[in-house]
Design a protein around this ligand. Structure first.
Ligand code: PLP
Length: 367
């Protein structure tokens, strides 16, 4: 039986045009920094991709720096601020929490999973304004969209810079740098149907960021290391596809919304985290109190249905999610939550398979 993949927030299924281009580039040779014909040919893939990623973020190509993924992008930006005052939200990805360092101050969130704006304003209103505020645009576990433009404007009024991790937003909503009013943004290609191991930093016009990867002079000295030409080309075409198909997200949202209605019909004891907040259309974080996520995931897996508990990076460890705890969930409730994340290849039949399997679990547990 075909397996059902509902873990797009961990990594999205690659688009066929991405696979085709990456394969084509891998059949070729050339270092994008070499000046001979092969090198120039490789460089063309990199520069085309830079333009495609720039279009996705509504910036100019010189504002795009390629990296090995969002983790590197995040470490790069935050490396310049660790000895200064940094504000992050309590629900950031572990990459941000670790790279910001122990002194970073955490902005709390409401029970809906949105940054507590009153607390944020109080934290900004300090004798020493933060050098940097770093808050994700879309939470990876709940899909909740944070009020980034409003937060960035408030930060700017205090003279602070604003960095957003837009990894789970790209391809799912508008991520124009200007609309968001942010100074820096981190992206990872594999979350929007591109290849794994390639990402970008988008920076505001005229802004600089710290040099983290030292070595050769690639990426105009911003990021040393040979270009991952095939990966970058794949990121470019994925960005173009994402930009051209953003309206299709409505279909994914319809699938998600009907799935949530059916979950409620199966059991009225479920809790959908962040349900009342603005959310991207592909993510559901659902708790069924009393059945550990581990048990649910294993039973689903036996039926060929793959979902996640909490964030992918912590799946396997089955710790209570720091995001759900920050939203006020109890340890036990947080440990019973599943993340179901849909994407471009998800079908109604996938959702039906998930619902059938989940209904069996609930029936067994409540008999
Ligand atoms: N930020 C968010 C919100 C994520 O969901 C992830 C990946 O799960 C990352 C950062 C890190 O991305 P990568 O592992 O591709 O470097």
């Amino acid at each position: 039986m075909n397996k059902v993949y509902l873990d797009y927030n961990a990594t999205a299924r690659m688009r066929p045009e991405v696979i085709d281009l990456v394969t084509k580039v891998m059949h070729e040779v050339g270092n994008a920094s070499s000046v001979h014909d092969f090198g120039r040919h490789a460089r063309k893939y990199v520069e085309d991709a830079r333009e495609q990623v720039a279009n996705l973020c509504n910036v100019t190509p010189d504002q795009v720096t390629f990296t090995s993924g969002a983790t590197e992008s995040i470490n790069t930006i935050l490396s310049g601020y660790r000895d200064k005052r940094i504000l992050i939200s309590a629900i950031e990805h572990p990459a941000v929490i670790a790279a910001a360092g122990n002194n970073a101050e955490k902005i709390p969130v409401t029970s809906d999973g949105i940054v507590d704006m009153d607390a944020y304003k109080r934290m900004l209103d300090n004798e020493t304004p933060p050098a940097l505020v770093c808050v994700m645009l879309v939470n990876s576990e709940t899909g909740v969209i944070q009020p980034i433009a409003e937060m960035a404007k408030l930060a700017h009024e205090k003279g602070s810079l604003f960095f957003t991790d837009a990894v789970q937003a790209a391809g799912r909503m508008d991520i124009s740098l200007d609309t968001l009013s942010v100074d820096f943004m981190a992206l990872s290609a594999h979350k929007f149907a591109g290849p794994q191991g390639v990402g970008a930093i988008i920076r505001g016009s005229g802004l600089d960021f710290p040099k983290f990867m030292l070595g050769g002079g690639q990426e105009k000295n911003y990021r040393a290391g040979t270009h991952n030409t095939a990966g970058i080309a794949g990121m470019g075409i994925a960005a173009e596809w994402a930009l051209n198909h953003i309206a299709d997200y409505k279909k994914i949202q319809n699938l998600r919304d009907t799935m949530e209605q059916k979950l409620r019909q199966i059991s009225n004891q479920i809790k959908i985290y962040g349900e009342q907040a603005p959310r991207v259309g592909n993510t559901t974080n659902v708790g069924f109190p009393g059945i550990p996520a581990q048990t649910q995931m294993m039973a689903l897996d036996l039926d060929g249905v793959c979902v996640s508990s909490g964030s992918a990076c912590s799946s396997g460890s089955f710790k209570a999610s720091h995001v759900l705890l920050a939203m006020g969930a109890s340890e036990e409730d947080a440990k019973s939550a599943l993340r179901i994340s849909l994407g471009w290849a998800t079908t109604q039949s996938d959702i039906n398979r998930f619902l059938e399997s989940w209904e069996k679990i609930v029936k067994r547990a409540t008999q």
